[in-house]
Ligand binder design. Sequence first.
Ligand SMILES: NC(=O)c1ccc[n+]([C@@H]2O[C@H](COP(=O)([O-])OP(=O)(O)OC[C@H]3O[C@@H](n4cnc5c(N)ncnc54)[C@H](OP(=O)(O)O)[C@@H]3O)[C@@H](O)[C@H]2O)c1
Length: 248
Amino acid sequence: MSESKVILITGANSGVGYATAETIVCQPGYHVILACRDIEKGNQARFKLEATNIKGTLSVLQLDVEDDTSISKAVNLVSEQFGRVDVFISNAGTTSPGSTGRERLQKIFSTNVFGAMLVTEAFIPLLLQSSRPYLIQISSALGSVGLATDPSSEHSLPPWDEYRMSKAALNMMTIQMNKRLKDKNVRVFAFCPGLVRSKLRGDSEAAVTAQGNAGDPMDSAKAILEIVSGQRDEDAGKFVWIEGCYPW
Ligand SMILES: NC(=O)c1ccc[n+]([C@@H]2O[C@H](COP(=O)([O-])OP(=O)(O)OC[C@H]3O[C@@H](n4cnc5c(N)ncnc54)[C@H](OP(=O)(O)O)[C@@H]3O)[C@@H](O)[C@H]2O)c1
């Protein structure tokens, strides 16, 4: 059993997941499991992180949230190696750039909703082995029904329909999981990282930077570290962002 806190991050090789891994592993007392669908990308992320000033430890885990066999193998490995997960960060997500119609809907829901739900459910028994468990679903303000229906909100503007729908479903899932898990001592959060640089919207410079509007994923990661280190406990059960809470 690891004495460090065991943090598992899905989609940890890139963007918000990578920044979160870096921020947490640069603190002492954490073991970060980089859970990645492509083990090579996971290993590259690990080498890059180990070349920085890390104070914790790292491992890489093959985990495709759309593949049930991959999920069950990953659960078994973590169970054997650590016997628990202290913080589960369900971060893997997509906007399925370049696709359209049914294919786009299927891909976005397969990753952001079905994948997030099934991988989280599979790891909940290991979370319940922790003395202080946290479950963080990486959502988006674009999934907030409250903001989408508020004409004064910048988040009510039209695009990204399929992605918004997937994050609204993820939020409902988080609400339901919180009802079930809060009495078992699990602090459950939906978290919006804000508009930040990543390949979520595609690989071009314009897509990565959201036409120059995207911020630094390290700022999102610092807020996730605040959650993990207990500084946002009063917001457990809520939809949080860096500076406060959003309506569901
Ligand atoms: N960036 C933003 O502005 C923003 C804003 C709000 C919310 N978010 C949310 O933040 C989360 C992270 O996104 P990001 O911006 O960091 O984008 P990103 O750089 O594209 O990272 C997404 C990660 O998810 C992984 N992934 C995709 N499908 C997967 C699957 N089936 N199984 C396992 N991993 C999978 C990707 O792996 P590969 O590298 O193998 O593709 C990648 O590691 C997402 O949930 C996203 O919706 C981002």
